[in-house]
Design a protein around this ligand. Structure first.
Ligand code: URP
Ligand code: ZN
Ligand code: ZN
Length: 469
């Protein structure tokens, strides 16, 4: 199968030029002046952007959490992703208490089997190292392409780990070349604040933000950075939401330490006032860290522009408002934490980031595609448009108007964080490993098409797939 994408503006993290992209089989064969090559499918991309498929390094599909399970399974999550121009993501496989990593991975591979529409990998979320052999098992995971270890420093009584578990994991990562990821919030302090708020009769959604002040994120971010220095491992701080955690990351990066940070689309657009919406609508915006004071939004735009933060993910962790979020109608601490976003990252960052002059098109590609691929061992197979790379390509019409609504989305949830937002720019065609996955508003592949990707260790390149015969 060959595809010739003709005359679009090809944009990578470093280049932008009008040219052609030739796909042969699953890979990109040529980029630039391809000439009069015969191809089975020819796509006229004139006036369109030809982008690398976006890579989302932070999602939660089919995950038990907060007394329920996220509403998007692998298939519906992938449909949302594909229609939003995301062609590969890395989801979290959560170790249960007392569970081996092998068992946890078997469960998560079972959730994926026969259901994937795009490519994906797993981070392992470490929750319990109390059995001696677990550390040894952790050290073997990079051999299976699981090259990132995630730790939650919050969610006391559920996913939260103590500093010993965090530090021991960091030591293993320093040995094995895995990247350590942290959800950085001080879970002990937050637990006290939540209990005090409930005891005082404060039950509304806005108390989710009031009991998780930004200092608790800043403290945990700094703690993780300092511990990673002692252990000698690389560190990636997920869903950075506020100045208090941007600052320690900026200092660490200024010093040249192996510290990286991501923020998520929603932190640029949703502020804490959304939590005060009446009739329990505020619950839609209960995710963690919480929406912050609006002033943080400019801090985050500055941070992504200056490479203090290096990636924008979605932290897609979708629940229904009606039936799941409403579990916390009488107690904000029972509202499942998480929000949807997989489908609209590119729309929102293209319109408000590039369109409003906050970042360049190249930087958008770097934040959404290239850097996530590089940091998580997917590059150069994923995250760029270059000969030999997987043909994961998005043809994006930068002028097409789109109104973002829950009604028009592919996620199974019943609301959208950006409901009613009008953007310029929409995804037209999505190609994964040379196969058209989305075109003319239709899904073109069956569940099972997407593949599991064994990722390279931090700082190493992922070998390309074998050349077609
Ligand atoms: O509220 C969120 N972010 N839910 C997903 C789990 C996490 O902390 O990333
Ligand atoms: Zn988190
Ligand atoms: Zn998350």
């Amino acid at each position: 199968m060959s595809v010739l994408i003709k005359g679009g503006r090809v944009v990578t993290a470093s280049d932008s030029f009008v040219g052609d992209v030739l796909v042969q089989g699953e890979r990109i064969a040529a980029v630039g002046e391809v000439g009069e090559t015969a191809a089975e499918t020819v796509i006229d991309a004139s006036g369109k952007l030809v982008l690398p498929g976006a890579v989302d390094p932070h999602t939660h599909l089919d995950m038990p959490f907060g007394g329920t399970t996220t509403i998007d399974d692998v298939t519906s999550g992938h449909e949302a992703a594909a229609f939003g121009g995301t062609t590969c993501h890395v989801d979290f496989c959560i170790q249960g208490q007392g569970q081996t990593f092998a068992d946890a991975l078997a469960t998560w591979h079972g959730k994926r089997a026969g259901k994937a529409l795009i490519d994906m990998g797993y981070h392992i979320a470490v929750t319990d190292l109390s059995e001696a052999e677990r550390l040894e098992e952790l050290a073997t995971l990079p051999e299976q392409g699981i090259t990132s270890y995630k730790l939650f420093m919050a969610y006391k009584g559920a996913l939260m780990v103590d500093d010993e578990t965090l530090f021991r994991t960091m030591q293993v990562a320093a040995e094995t070349g895995a990247l350590v990821m942290v959800h950085a919030e001080n879970g002990d302090a937050i637990d006290v604040l939540v209990k005090e708020a409930i005891a005082a009769g404060h039950t509304e959604p806005v108390w989710h933000a009031r009991t998780r002040p930004p200092e608790t994120e800043g403290e945990a971010t700094n703690r993780a950075i300092q511990l990673a220095r002692v252990a000698g491992c690389p560190l990636y701080v997920v869903h950075v939401s506020c100045r208090e955690s941007v600052e320690p990351i900026a200092v660490a990066r200024e010093k040249g330490w192996d510290v990286w940070g991501e923020t998520c689309t929603q932190y640029f657009f949703v502020d804490e006032s959304f939590l005060e919406r009446p009739d329990f609508e505020g619950a839609k915006f209960v995710y963690t860290p919480p929406p912050r004071a609006k002033a943080n939004q400019d801090v985050l735009w500055d941070a992504v522009r200056t490479d203090v933060l290096s990636a924008v993910s979605t932290d897609h962790c979708a629940f229904l408002w009606d039936g799941q979020k409403t579990m916390g109608r009488d107690d904000f601490s029972r509202i499942p934490n998480g929000g949807p976003g997989l489908e609209n990252r590119l729309h929102m960052i293209h319109h408000f980031g590039v369109g409003e002059g906050r970042i360049t098109l190249n930087r958008m590609v770097e934040l959404l595609c290239t850097n996530p691929a590089k940091l998580f061992g997917l590059y150069p197979r994923k995250g760029t448009i270059a000969p030999g790379a997987d043909a994961d390509i998005v043809i994006f019409d930068p002028d097409k108007p789109k109104t973002i609504t829950a009604d028009g989305q592919h996620s199974k949830t019943d609301y959208n964080l950006y409901e009613g937002t009008e953007v310029k720019g929409d995804v037209e065609t999505v190609i994964v490993r040379g196969t058209v996955v989305v075109q003319d508003g239709e899904l073109r592949v069956e569940p099972g098409f997407g593949q599991f990707v064994e990722r390279a260790r931090f700082g190493e390149e992922l070998q390309r797939s074998p050349a077609p015969a």
